[in-house]
Design a protein around this ligand. Sequence first.
Ligand code: FE2
Length: 487
Amino acid sequence: MSGSFPATPTYLGFNAPVRAEVDVYDLEVTEGAIPPDLNGTFYRCGPDPQFPPKLGTDIYLNGDGVVSMFRFANGHVDLKTRYVRTEKYQLERAARKALFGAYRNPFTDDPSVIGKNRGTANTSVLWHGGKLLALKEDSPPVEIDPDTLETIGTWTFDGALTSRTATAHPKVDPVTGELLFYGFAAKGETTPDIAFYAADASGKITREVWFAAPYASMVHDFAVTEDYVLFPIIGLASDLERLRAGGSHYAWDATLPFYVAIMPRSGGAEDIRWFTGSSRFVSHILNAHNDGTLVHLDLPVAESNMFPYFPNTDGTPFDRSRAVSSLCRMTFDMSSSGDGFTQSELAPIFCEFPIVDPRYATREHRYGFLPYVDRALPPPAGLGGATGLNFNCLARVDVRSGALATHVVGADATSQEPMFIARDGSTVEGDGYVIAVINRFDEQRSDLILLDAQNMDGTPIARMRVPLRLRNAFHGTWVSRAQRDAA
Ligand SMILES: [Fe+2]
């Protein structure tokens, strides 16, 4: 390799690129035992740059996608990690250097790759319609072999995907098996166009609705209820002229209002209701449901931008004190004639990456599972996570009471996004396991922990030693053996 990775927090310590594809057969269980009836695979997706950045520095979000899988069977678990062979990965591998420039800025690319797919497939994985897909919101999904993690290729739903992009946060309706998803910047970078899709349980696209947001911005996640789809629009805006000048894809403009578009699942663009309020930051959504004319949206909300690497348009520096989220509920009344909504706090915890028991997704839920930052605890000595958030706790939150059941992940450790695994044969919400990769700064390696989802503050059911460092991934999914076999 010519050149080296820069000595910046994005590439140092726990964030140092791993650049390896590994197989670890039969992980060591250092605490408890793996339940013998836990059969399935925990897939994760995250960034790990193949080469030093073309422009000398880069942001964590722009690394090449690596999919990892922990496969559980008969009381044992095996680990496998593989890069996603995107077009970008293959072109750069052949050149033995980075050819693509800044995050979502094609004007910074080497002339040899103009017009090529810039997607990194580094954000999440989806299991639907018998396919495992690696996702990145600026490009179409990439199909991955669910057993070998070999890249099969770009998946455009048999050519039915008309958007240039597809979200990394699609939703599966647990009752109908439908897939609901969308692309933003759907007509190209910095366009305000959003394309919404519904696909049946087999993955065949059945509906498509196009509409335009009030301005072009990051539409990272959305929500689905039994009857509606919701699209939050935040002031993390994109701008073509800034891109042409080599600038940041996104910048935070606090003068832009916050919007939520609500559309009936069976409706069209003409049925969209736009609700609006003052500027605020939201990213990942816990869940949403509708009850009569009311639509409830549960999610972490912060006063200002939580991404330190996207600048403020007013030139002010990143302000962590205004980028502290708490878990909130927004409620929209579809019988009202106005465009306002209410917001209340469900739990005063600095949280992100919330997940719901997937059997209750799109319907009323009682519990959320999430990592949060207890700022009363001393920060870990090692480097923080990808977002600069040191999640030292994992919790189950009861959204009715605000009650927390917390697992403190360790004195010099942080948690990555957890995942919920339903107990076989149970239909009770929250009956199952919570699984998470733990960053062990003290030993510069990772653990995999398994908690009882109904007893989060108890002793872990099992702790597995990962004999290497797994960089912070973003999102994952659990695919049970039964789901896999049904495909
Ligand atoms: Fe995300």
